[in-house]
Design a binder for this molecule. Structure first.
Ligand SMILES: Nc1nc2c(c(=O)[nH]1)N[C@H]1C(S)=C(S)[C@@H](COP(=O)(O)OP(=O)(O)OC[C@H]3O[C@@H](n4cnc5c(=O)[nH]c(N)nc54)[C@H](O)[C@@H]3O)O[C@H]1N2
Ligand SMILES: Nc1nc2c(c(=O)[nH]1)N[C@H]1C(S)=C(S)[C@@H](COP(=O)(O)OP(=O)(O)OC[C@H]3O[C@@H](n4cnc5c(=O)[nH]c(N)nc54)[C@H](O)[C@@H]3O)O[C@H]1N2
Ligand code: SF4
Ligand SMILES: [Mo]
Length: 685
């Protein structure tokens, strides 16, 4: 480079501030280095104090997506069979006109409900989802997607028991003397909690983990209960019954602050330590030891994760776990109580963001996408519009999903950043901007913050944002004749005003100006961070904990038997789990995060099947098979097979992901996915 060019480049180098909107509890504030219009480095900033200047490796390498070979740069039309990946570039005008014409035709011939919008966690922002897209699909009277793939059972329970009381903030973990991490994996899926766990540990706190895998390094964990997947409800109920027998139930607290607790104690009583231990395949005394250690400690904190909800007993498990601090009297001081999702602590009025209410059209549970595409008849789904999601990889019963996507009479639009497994099935493929190329407003479900994501570089190729595309489509379809749909700053302001609850700016100050100045809006809790039953209380009608919420839940704390014990299902004895890893966020970024997926089995299970570490194996059940290499390790408990969440078809030898083996069963009370109810056998390939 000539000295002049060097000078010019240095002058053209700056650091821009923005936020990571990926589906991760941490919601990091970012410093992005831009040189000559290109992103050259991404790192954490200190705008969000919890980020504390560091971020995960996935996002540090996000330029591999931004400028990678898989990036979609132009609208395209399919030219080969569905799934083949044969496309030709078309103009935006042609793409929008084609989609508008087709949606209008489907609607006039079969009704709006023949259109299914399909979206989930691609960008956790208030502008990329439930904004212009809602205006479009509500305007069309499309089917309503029930977004149940994640956080539905946990959210349901947090709502019916506690009215979504604010959770313990990460920094307050430091104040706890005992931390019970239940079905959560901070080391990979919530890395900014780890420093606080370490700090608590350094001050003498004990840490317990309930997880079929050993998820933390030596020295970090004092107690590990390696439960059988799906048995948490039995274990937590047995802990409650044990505390009751030992006279350790805080009846004074329950009298004052809870209803339905006697019925919960009655329901827990049949769960003896022995019975729960048989279901969880652990020692009865290990359950008693965990309950005692929890009851003894003060303050004691429960970190409930999403691993608990991915089975048929989701709601019962989450409810029994969230009941523990009430039963044992652990509320009322900093470092005590529970932590789950913060997203209910402030309410976002999504109808106000969209500017239009949701019509009561046909609901479709996203966990049964395959069945919906193949079996719905009143009316059949004739147009599918996928954005912010990669259902070909992430939804249960992959075989059925792919069969549905192959339907010749289905018109499929996929609006994506990269050529995902789902994009391969599009009739029209639209290129989307990434969070470094568009504006978004990020709330968070782990940390207490709202941040503004700003474009730091120009869109790659012809990529457009969700706001632009759904607004273009709405106008092409005649849904916005006066061009009044909010866009740009007007949409940001509308979304900011729709955040109800203790957010800075509730006093009427200009939230957008404040965001631009400080980069972040914090929650205004009395005394900084919430103390459950100190400064914050349940948001239920009577401000009490509803431990037997029968109005909303017909069978509280019901525990269904293991899928393996159901008639005809006994030949697949291994429980398949699919934990999050540090390689991807759900399936996002897996194109560069993974090279190859491996399945992990305990040495006993490998030996019983004469399988060798590194060998090719067939993981199979009645739904299908996945062929991958085997890792033999005692990090998983006996009887459990672990295959990562988020992989793409290319990461296995037969082009299928773990969801090929996952039944599309749903949890009873809230319709949640049952990923970890998959039962499989593993054999040499
Ligand atoms: N790096 C990374 N971070 C992520 C994600 C990611 O894919 N990668 N995903 C994001 C998303 S979408 C979410 S929802 C969160 C999820 O965050 P977490 O809940 O922390 O993650 P999971 O891996 O789903 O489950 C946590 C743990 O539950 C265990 N587990 C599985 N089945 C059971 C069971 O039946 N009982 C018990 N007690 N434990 C069980 C698993 O072994 C795993 O260690 O993380 C977010 N953060
Ligand atoms: N087997 C198994 N499967 C699972 C899970 C499991 O534990 N086991 N976990 C489940 C969980 S917790 C979740 S949350 C789901 C997530 O499943 P999905 O909702 O399918 O999420 P992702 O795989 O992250 O796919 C999101 C896609 O949105 C795209 N995207 C991102 N931002 C934008 C944008 O602004 N505009 C547009 N148009 N597109 C965008 C990304 O490129 C990405 O391909 O997966 C579930 N699947
Ligand atoms: S994915 Fe999570 S840890 Fe990584 S940068 Fe984003 S918010 Fe931070
Ligand atoms: Mo999730």
């Amino acid at each position: 480079m000539s000295p002049d060019a060097k000078l010019a480049a240095a002058a053209d180098r700056h650091v821009a501030h923005t936020v990571c909107p990926l589906d991760c509890p941490d919601r990091c504030s970012l410093d992005v280095t831009v040189e000559a219009g290109r992103v050259t480095a991404i790192d954490g900033s200190r705008v969000n104090p919890v980020t504390d200047g560091f971020i995960c490796g996935k996002v540090r390498h996000f330029t591999k997506r931004l400028y990678g070979p898989e990036r979609l740069l132009h609208p395209m039309r399919r030219t080969g069979p569905k799934g083949s990946g044969a496309f030709t570039a078309i103009s935006w005008d042609e793409a929008i006109a084609t989609i508008a014409e087709r949606l209008a035709r489907v609607r006039s011939e079969r009704g709006g409900e023949a259109i299914l919008p399909f979206c989930y966690g691609g960008s956790n922002g208030l502008l990329t989802q439930d904004a212009a897209d809602a205006r479009l699909f509500r305007g069309l009277g499309a089917s309503r997607l029930l977004r149940t793939v994640c956080a539905e059972p946990t959210g349901f329970v947090a709502r019916v028991l506690y009215g979504k009381m604010p959770i313990v903030d990460f920094p307050d973990f430091e104040a706890a003397r005992f931390i019970l991490v239940w079905g959560a994996n901070p080391r990979e899926s919530n890395i900014h909690l780890v420093p606080y766990l370490k700090a608590a540990k350094a001050k003498g706190a004990r840490i317990a983990i309930v997880d079929p895998r050993r998820i933390a390094g030596e020295g970090m964990v004092d107690l590990h209960l390696p439960v059988w997947p799906g048995s948490d409800a039995a274990v937590a109920l047995a802990m409650i019954a044990h505390l009751d027998r030992e006279g350790r139930v805080d009846r004074g607290f329950l009298e004052r602050h809870a209803t339905g607790w006697e019925r919960l104690l009655d329901a827990a009583r049949p769960w003896t330590l022995e019975r729960a231990a048989a279901a969880a395949r652990v020692e009865p005394r290990a359950i008693a030891a965990l309950a005692d250690a929890y009851a003894d400690a003060d303050p004691a904190l429960v970190r409930c994760g999403w691993g608990v909800e991915r089975n048929r007993n989701a709601e019962s498990a989450v409810a029994a776990i969230l009941a523990l601090p009430a039963i044992a009297g652990k509320f009322g001081k900093r470092g005590g109580g529970y932590c789950l999702s913060a997203s209910g602590s402030y309410r976002v009025d999504h109808d106000a963001v969209a500017g239009t209410p949701e019509p009561p059209t046909r609901p479709i549970n996203m966990n049964r996408l395959g069945r919906a595409l193949l079996e719905e008849t009143t009316p059949p789904i004739q147009a599918l519009f996928v954005y912010n999601a990669n259902p070909a990889a992430t939804i249960p019963d992959q075989g059925r999903v792919l069969e549905g996507l192959r339907r010749e009479d289905l018109f499929t639009v996929v609006f994506e950043q990269v050529m995902t497994d789902t994009a391969l099935y599009a009739d029209i493929l639209l290129p989307a901007t990434t969070f470094l190329e568009h504006t978004d407003l990020s709330t968070a479900y782990g940390t207490y913050s709202v941040m503004l994501g700003t474009p730091v570089v120009a869109p790659a190729g012809e990529a457009k944002s969700n706001e632009e595309v759904f607004t273009l489509l709405g106008r092409a379809l005649g849904l916005d004749p006066d061009r009044r749909w909010a866009t740009g700053d007007a949409q940001v302001t509308q979304a900011l005003a729709a955040i109800r609850g203790p957010l800075e700016g509730s006093d009427g100050t200009d939230r957008l100006a404040r965001l631009r100045e400080a980069g972040i809006l914090r929650m205004d809790f009395p005394g900084e961070a919430p103390v459950q039953f100190g400064s914050v209380f349940p948001n239920t009608s009577d401000r009490k904990i509803h431990l037997w919420p029968e109005a909303e839940w017909s069978r509280p704390y019901e525990v269904l038997p293991d899928p393996e014990e159901r008639p005809g299902r006994g030949r697949h004895p291994l429980a398949l789990i699919s934990p999050a890893t540090d390689r991807s966020i759900s399936s996002t970024l897996a194109e560069y995060g993974f090279k190859e997926a491996v399945v992990t089995l305990h040495p006993h299970d490998a030996a019983a099947r004469r399988l060798q570490d590194g060998g090719l194996v067939r993981v199979h059940n009645d739904l299908g098979e996945v062929i991958v290499r085997l890792k033999v390790s005692d990090e998983v408990r006996p009887g459990v097979a672990s295959l990562p969440k988020g992989i793409w078809n290319r990461h296995t030898k037969n082009g299928r992901v773990g969801n090929t083996l996952v039944p599309d069963d749903i949890s009873a009370a809230s319709g949640g996915a049952c990923f970890n109810d998959a039962r499989v056998e593993v054999a040499m390939a």
